[in-house]
Design a protein around this ligand. Structure first.
Ligand code: HEC
Length: 148
């Protein structure tokens, strides 16, 4: 009896660990989708003139990217290797094989976002900085994102 309680407890613990990992996988997908909205839907759209310049919306988008920069290291624990969310993309196993390479991309993204926050004050400075942010996204995706 005691033993079966222990076994059941261990099974529940195992199940909740898998659930926690699935939550992380979903969280990173949701975080990335929010990045897509912040960059494509707000910053690039304004830089291209598809939307009028709005400093509040720019600041909010930069906060989303800044939060991502802070969250990125925790979004890819090794325990989620091989797991994927529903959708078109997953994470390449290379991310865990080249942890230093991934950390470097995170550091570089963080630097560019921090600089953009200080620099973007009007349409011209938005235009001057938006491409640099997009490059950071693309460079990490090229190395570590897979199209399913
Ligand atoms: C340090 C690496 C890194 C950076 C920087 C990064 N991404 Fe990603 N992104 C990934 C990885 C890895 C995935 C695949 C995640 C998964 O497993 O679902 C991804 C997935 C995505 C997706 C697909 C989400 C989905 O499943 O529908 C979008 C959209 C996206 N990123 C946008 C962005 C944008 C926009 C930026 C820049 C503002 C950015 N990302 C910066 C690594 C990064």
């Amino acid at each position: 009896m005691k033993r079966s309680i222990i076994v059941l407890g261990a099974m529940l613990l195992g199940a909740s660990a898998v659930m926690a990992q699935q939550d992380i996988v979903k969280d990173r997908q949701a975080t990335m989708k929010a990045n897509g909205r912040a960059l494509g839907g707000t910053l690039s759209a304004m830089a291209k003139g598809d939307k009028p310049y709005d400093q509040d919306a720019v600041d909010a988008a930069l906060v989303v990217l800044d939060d991502t920069a802070k969250k990125l290291p925790a979004l890819f624990p090794e325990s989620t290797k091989g797991m994927k969310a529903e959708g078109d993309y997953s994470t390449s196993p290379k991310l865990w094989e080249d942890k230093a390479g991934f950390d470097a991309k995170v550091a570089s993204f963080t630097k560019v976002v921090t600089e953009a926050k200080a620099k973007i004050k009007d349409l011209d400075s938005l235009k001057a900085n938006v491409g640099g942010i997009g490059k950071e996204c693309g460079s990490c995706h090229e190395a570590f994102r897979l199209k399913i």
